[in-house]
Design a protein around this ligand. Sequence first.
Ligand SMILES: [Zn+2]
Ligand SMILES: [Zn+2]
Length: 842
Amino acid sequence: MPEFCDVAVPVPLDMAFTYRVPADAALVVGGRVLVPFRQQRVTGIVVELHDRKPAVATKNILSVLDSSPVLDDLLLRLGRWIADYYLAPIGEVFRTMLPLSAEFKRSIGYRLADAGQMALHLAGTSGSSARSRRTAEEQAAEFRVLDYLAARVDEEEEPGVLRHGEPHVSPGLQDVGASTGGRTLVREETLRAATGVSKPVLDGMVRKKWLARQDVSAAQDATRTVRVAVLKSAEGKLNGNQRTLVDTLAASAGRLLLDTLRSLEIPRSTLGTLVRRGLVEIVEVPASFAITRTKPRSTPFEFELNPAQKSALARLRENVEARKFSGMLLHGVTGSGKTAVYLAGMRAVLEAGRSAILLVPEIGLTPAVAADLHQIFGDEVAILHSALSDKERAEQWHRIKSGEARMVVGTRSAVFAPVADLALIIVDEEQDSSYKQEETPRYHARDVAVLRAKMANATVVLGSATPSLESYYNAKKNKYALVELPDRVEQRPLPEVEIIDMRQEFQETGHEQVISRKLAAEIKDRLERKEQVMVLLNRRGYSPVVLCRTCGKKLECKNCAIALTHHKREQKMVCHYCGFIAPVPKVCVHCGSEYVYFLGTGSEKLEELLHGMFSQARIARLDRDTVRGHEDFERTLNALNEGELDLLVGTQMIAKGHDIHGVTLVGVVGADAALGMPDFRAAERTFQLLTQVAGRAGRGQTPGKVLLQTYFQDHYAVQYAAHHDFIGFYEKELQFRSWMHYPPYSALANVLVRSDKLDDALQWSGTLGKWFDSARHEGVRVLGPAAAPITRLKRDYRYHFVLKSPSREKLNTTLRAMLAYAAHEKIPRTQVIVDVDALWLM
Ligand SMILES: [Zn+2]
Ligand SMILES: [Zn+2]
């Protein structure tokens, strides 16, 4: 074993750190180790073993957590690529790639072994014989450990579990690992804290075989169960915390995972009290049941493909079988059956004994989709959705790593799933912004998917009805093969789109309308015909602005330069960026004037307006205020699907991917406000949203219609969306990008300098601005420093630079040099955010 190892630890520093390897340690590259780092113990990944003695003194690693790599060669390479490309600290990249944070905290555990049980038994009867050779103190320590472990036999494994309806929170159990064979595995930190023994004492007990030492992760029980809180009654007097818990449960159909409830940051005793009062019951269900407990679709998944789908599938299978890298852009209009092609492709991969990953946008992974996947792939599918707890995520990771699950379906981070023999990665709705992580490392899962496929000689398929400019451009440049699904299934026509000019509506009616006369008439008509309607307004809340008519000031968030939104039902003012809440003002907070006006319309107000206009209609709303989890989303869509709703109002959530056959009219009340934003992707986003929402109409027997209200009726994004003309939009937008040197013609990065002290933010951005001016950056344009469009966010003042270059390499070199200079100037690394291929410049 080499003498030293380099370890990547999750800290915001762009380097690995060298540690000394103890003589008897068995390390592997790609495995996790526990190391001391600045007074703390942290888990890192071994990236290299070597004999190069560093100039500075080194510390020993504390313990080895894995005997085999958790990141194989390919994933290590992928991580290094991400660190380099996105200028992200390598340790933080690896932490993102491994959903094992639950284990990071837990590491090694101990359980009572037979000999230890025996020793304890003998001590209880006749006493030990070897007493003389050890100090009484050491022996006492050993017996404290044995007693502690023996007392935990058959105990529950969950931290702070509720047993027999009573809260049972014993401090010693907080960190206890899984229970196996009646003897509990207790993690080292807990055991040492509870008994006060030193590591050498535990080592000695392991040598005597009194204790068994084990990775806590390896001991996790495959048939694990999860605890679910069930609301039995909401009667009686409740205090604030109790009310929050009960309301949260009620909003989730009365059932929620205990882990989810605990994330509310409400004292544990609150739940205990509710359980004692019989208002809430805790039940145990199999973990798999918790994920898929909603019923599957009534119609089983259909694998009958039309000729266009068949030819796309054949192309895909050919690519997979070639075992060489290939990229494919599957451009299919809304309703053309892309999902059937994906699933048939994955099934072929499974039959060949290889692995596939399907990435889906955040909102796409509903329980019904999960149920479909279970139906098609059985136990060989692992589903990674955002509602999983850390522990569940780790468990799915182990299933994938062991080869038990070879089909992986998940959101962004599933691109790192540790599958072996990867044959196929599919990125559904590849243009979706949820693939971009908006914190360090700021990677784009679609681009990482392409690179991973390259490294693995696999096939990557990017699918969309409205591909991103970048992907379509790449396909046109033959980087990917372009495969089109030009028609809807069963030759259903695309809906007719009519544009309503809201400026004209204003002139003719004399006042600002939310719902135009035409849209109102058409909704009435559909409701009379017992058909369904969707209305999109991409802004939640009741009124987005509160304005004082006396002093002219808006009510802004305390932490952000953002107007607070009025939420009427909840009677509060909310910041949609940081969550800050304020009471609804009766008088102006600035000048005390009574003339405060609530302006504009959000989805909550739209719902109220529609209730007023169509009092007989059954109306529901889908937005982030009514949807707390995938189940709420699913429940509302099911109700619509089964004809229990007439009208669905919502934000962009209603535009995404689902297939409801009864909807024949889609009204767009506000989707073009984004066109006024200072962001070069605004037109593309608007075009995508309009196309997506228009695609919800007419997916059944009756043809659909879309009414698009707009104040920008001449804008090309609106016009091309109305004509279902992706190519037209693409060419026009490409021209604009070319003139302005924006992607795909340039690589782009946003550098944000932030601080909660205005002086620091100004000074640091000034310092970097001078450096950008003075140093030569051939082929890189630097704009800034300028105040960011959102000048203050979450207490931080924000200044930014936008860098553009036709050469990615030159851009990367400049950014690297800038970071080095920032470090030299003692600007904290966490206050300079580098966002390569930024989606938002706000
Ligand atoms: Zn005022
Ligand atoms: Zn805020």
